[in-house]
Design a protein around this ligand. Sequence first.
Ligand code: SF4
Length: 318
Amino acid sequence: MPETTDRLPLRLLVAAPRGFCAGVDRAITIVERALEIYGRPVYVRHEIVHNKYVVDTLKEKGAVFVETVDDVPDGVPVVFSAHGVPKAVPHKAAERGLDYIDATCPLVSKVHRQAERQVDAGRHIIFIGHRGHPEVIGTFGQVPEGCMTLVETEADAEALQPAEPDNLAFLTQTTLSVDDTKAITDILQRRFPSIVGPRGEDICYATSNRQQAVKAIASSCDLVLVIGATNSSNSVRLVEVAEREGTPAKLVQRADDIDFTWLDGVGTLGLTAGASAPELLVRELVDKLSERFDVQEEVIESAKERMVFKLPRSLEAA
Ligand code: SF4
């Protein structure tokens, strides 16, 4: 006898890749290893990654999250978040004699080094990013004040009036929309033909793969759910990518955030997670959906990821 159910059928297309990237995985491991090596508490400057579940779990293990090095007591180790920090931050920690561990994602550090190189070459940098995001603050803090100009939109790029239009470089935040960034760099290259850009682009593999994966499912879905925090740049971009494909999308932090009225009339639901959201939250959401629906889950994989980043040498040795 076939199994019967009074739950409505729901086709669930789960995007892959989704969730944790290599930089987030590394940053969380750094805090966990620091707790093993130093014991509690270990201080962390800013949310190690933008995910409340991750932050709360690390708090339970003994991590203390603060916004500035000034809030770290003497003699206690401090970890800098995956988003990167201005140079002044490790300088200050060193002045105070604090043990610090830098969990900046190596792909963000790569942008930092590019910024230094462009300034050393005498170029002014046009930086494409979101004002106020910690990664942007960190990257601006790699070079002397006045060496970089922020561009957030195509309109900003059109309005730019640099002092030396023939002596420019551009760099980008790692977690931007691939399509929006291309539109902005097209404008910069049209207006300033000699502008120097990174080889390839600074948008990281995880951001582009997750955007590609959500694009691959969005047009087949009636609604897309993205698990991620409102301050997680790459998660917010996933919502935008789905919407651009013509499919409504909602950002949720946890399963309990779902309003089931969103699913009225939804036959096919898409699901993905930003780079700072653990897979456990995806499973939690699928379980929640299964309480109400007869969920037929399909994983749609658009890329394979094998990226792993090494831990800082000090931790590897310990
Ligand atoms: Fe690094 Fe990209 Fe992950 Fe950010 S999203 S931590 S840049 S791999």
